[in-house]
Write a protein that binds this ligand. Structure first.
Ligand SMILES: NC(=O)c1ccc[n+]([C@@H]2O[C@H](COP(=O)([O-])OP(=O)(O)OC[C@H]3O[C@@H](n4cnc5c(N)ncnc54)[C@H](OP(=O)(O)O)[C@@H]3O)[C@@H](O)[C@H]2O)c1
Length: 313
């Protein structure tokens, strides 16, 4: 099979690899669409400790069809389509994933649409579920034009929140309004949004984290789900301690902490939102697998609006 590996120089190369064999508890999936995310950038550039490094195949999520299963896995899975979550290995024509990390997809649905939801929808939905978003909440989304942000904006809106988005251009702001944002704050100017919020969903972190930690209302919730802005520096939590009386709850959220059962529940909620028309995938651009380096650079430069996807065929 064709697969992309990371070379010692940190460049990517398309090579032939033997087809993987599913072990006990695993399934072999023929890949139809591959999700590209900021985690892949970190993995390839050497900033993600869970990635094995040189010679390994990046890619955490694919949509495809199950071709074979290993021991202790029901053969009923063969021929079904699923979103497969893996600990890397996704930039390939085939992937082996744990059967408990296969999330069923509706037959006939477009694999590109499904992978454009994929991990990003699970993170956005999982984060909003954990913080208990309710109708009438005033919510703020940072990194709103990114893969996770465009979905968090829609889901918060679908749950009845009034959503303000932080983004980097008028054009991105308009696109986010079309996805349900009520207000837009342009982060390329000075200052911060001049309101306070019941709920802040932050995919950015970075040096401005302490300033954003000033924005929750009393009893507000702040959930940090990513770090595209880099390190928040020393003592980012000083505002929470200084404003102890506000009883703000700070969460971190990683999909890695969800049990297979909770992953499945979250995916079911994502599929329901999608079927009911409350959540649409947002595709930035798709590239052939052989062009993975271009796709990755696009994510690295923070230019995509929505999801970047690779196609093995
Ligand atoms: N918690 C989890 O389980 C989980 C899972 C997957 C990924 N992640 C993480 O979530 C984060 C976001 O992922 P993603 O795929 O949505 O990334 P993405 O598509 O690259 O989007 C990030 C967005 O953040 C904004 N941004 C970029 N650099 C910024 C900066 N320096 N300061 C302020 N805003 C900036 C940009 O949006 P605007 O221009 O619109 O502002 C950009 O589109 C990453 O750190 C990723 O590793 C977490």
């Amino acid at each position: 099979m064709k697969a992309i590996i990371v070379k010692e120089s940190r460049e990517l190369a398309l090579i032939d690899l033997p087809e993987p064999v599913p072990g006990p508890g695993q399934a072999l999936v023929d890949v139809k669409a591959i999700g590209v995310g900021y985690v892949d950038v970190m993995a390839v550039r050497g900033g993600y400790v869970r990635f094995p490094g040189t010679g390994a195949v990046p890619g955490l999520e694919v949509v495809g069809r199950v071709r074979a299963v290993g021991r202790d896995v029901s053969e009923d899975l063969i021929g079904t389509e699923a979103l497969a979550l893996a600990a890397f290995g996704g930039y390939a024509e085939q992937i082996v994933a744990g059967a408990d990390r296969l999330l069923p997809t509706p037959s006939g649905a477009d694999p590109v649409d499904l992978v454009a939801l994929g991990v990003n929808a699970l993170v956005a939905e999982g984060a909003l579920h954990r913080t208990g978003v309710v109708a009438g909440d005033r919510a703020l989304v940072r990194g709103a034009g990114g893969g996770i942000g465009v979905l968090a904006t829609q889901i918060a809106r679908a749950r009845g929140a009034e959503v303000t988005v932080v983004t980097s251009s008028r054009e991105r702001g308009e696109r986010l309004r079309a996805l349900g944002a009520a207000k837009v704050f342009d982060r390329t100017g000075a200052g911060l949004p001049d309101e306070t919020y019941d709920l802040i969903v932050d995919t950015v972190g970075g040096p401005q984290l302490p300033e954003y930690l000033e924005l929750p209302r009393p009893n507000g919730r702040y959930i940090l789900i990513g770090g595209v802005g880099g390190s928040p520096g020393p003592e980012p939590f000083a505002p929470l301690l200084r404003e102890f009386h506000k009883s703000v709850t700070f969460f971190t959220f990683s999909l890695n902490s969800l049990s297979p059962k909770d992953l499945r529940r979250s995916w079911d909620r994502v599929m329901t939102l999608s079927v009911e028309g409350d959540l649409s995938p947002v595709l930035d651009e798709s590239f052939p697998l052989s062009d993975a380096a271009t796709a990755l650079r696009r994510v690295e430069r923070a230019t995509p609006f929505g999801k970047v996807v690779l196609l093995p065929h």
